[in-house]
Design a protein around this ligand. Structure first.
Ligand code: SF4
Ligand code: SF4
Length: 318
């Protein structure tokens, strides 16, 4: 692991959001890293799933302008249907999300954007440094995604750079990652948010595309390792997937046995729906309703009854 750190590394980052107040203490800057081994059907950041930049098309901004994007693409990935000229048709099998991104610069209506940019740790630190005055004494930087551990060299190097600069760090992870890597990350950060989506392996696979064995093993490891890093287990409450009392009780029992006592329940929401359209993806939860306040209160009771500290939504005390 240390050997990997000696090589210069670049990360692929799809967003850097200043003034974030829900993902750790104080006012923070959240760094969203591309690439994730999971495929949760409700994912709020679908533009960060793949380990490469993604073209996003805001069809509502398309105007009758002669469609200069069509001629600009050297891969022939954009064409016009004469019967319905706008928006043009973007063939994602042909789009190489090329470095030139000539379609983006050809579009004068800001209808096109490429999500995901490579940057070095040094460049990231320069960007973060601009926000430092806003963080106050408690704030800092949160690494999210995508899945930050899917870019291990960059994540570890960025965490080291933050520590050297006395910047408080939080990492949000699915924990579907190599066990030593998760421990290395835990050693370098002040705080970990670890997702746990379902206790049943088959159901977990059905909802996320991967089993839960590695995640459960990582939670056991984290529980047994030094407690200098605060660990908060985050559970997205997705109606019809993991919100049964049986599953939530089993989750609470597992965490109570590990003495991982802080749980943050995050109610499902549909705020990412427009991003799926911009990426040309189907959104599987268009008809799903977010859980009500009463339902979330009931879920919280299940965890409190197991002796856990349970926070709903943005309630986590920082
Ligand atoms: S990103 Fe490149 S390959 Fe993709 S549509 Fe635009 S110009 Fe074509
Ligand atoms: S994507 Fe941009 S350049 Fe292409 S048709 Fe729409 S507005 Fe015009």
């Amino acid at each position: 692991m240390e050997e990997r750190l000696s090589a210069p590394v670049e990360g692929l980052i799809f967003d850097i959001q200043a003034h974030s107040v829900h993902d750790g203490p104080g006012c923070r800057t959240t760094v969203f890293m591309s690439g994730c081994p999971l495929r949760c059907s409700w994912c709020a950041n679908p533009e960060g799933l793949l380990p490469r930049p993604r073209l996003m098309v805001r069809a509502s901004r398309c105007r009758s302008d002669g469609t200069p994007c069509v001629a600009a693409c050297p891969y022939g990935a954009i064409r016009v249907d004469p019967a319905a000229p706008l928006p043009p048709i973007f063939d994602r099998t042909l789009c190489a999300t090329c470095d030139a991104q000539s379609c983006v610069s050809a579009c004068l209506n800001s209808a096109l954007e490429v999500s995901g940019r490579r940057m070095s740790v040094r460049e990231l630190m320069r960007t973060l440094g601009r926000d430092r005055d806003y963080w106050g004494p408690e704030g800092g930087v949160t690494f999210s995604g995508g899945e930050p551990t899917s870019q291990p060299e960059f994540l570890l190097a960025a965490l080291d750079a933050c520590r050297e600069a006395y910047i408080h760090t939080v990492v949000e992870t699915s924990a579907h990652a190599d066990q030593q890597l998760v421990l290395d990350v835990a050693r370098r950060t002040d705080w970990l948010f670890v997702d746990l989506k379902h206790m049943d392996g088959a159901a977990h696979h059905c909802g996320t595309g991967v089993g839960n064995e590695q995640i459960l093993a990582n939670l056991v490891n984290l529980a047994q390792s030094s407690r200098e890093t605060r660990v908060v287990v985050r559970i997205p409450i997705v109606p019809g997937f993991n919100d049964s009392p049986e599953n939530l009780r089993a989750t609470a029992r597992f965490l109570a046995e590990l003495q991982l006592i802080e749980v943050n329940l995050l109610p499902f929401h549909r705020m990412a729906e427009s991003k799926y359209a911009q990426l040309g993806l189907e959104y599987a939860h268009a008809q799903a309703q977010p859980p009500t306040g009463d339902q979330m209160a009931g879920h919280r009771r299940l965890f409190s009854d197991a002796g856990l500290q349970c926070y709903v939504g943005a309630e986590t005390p920082f």
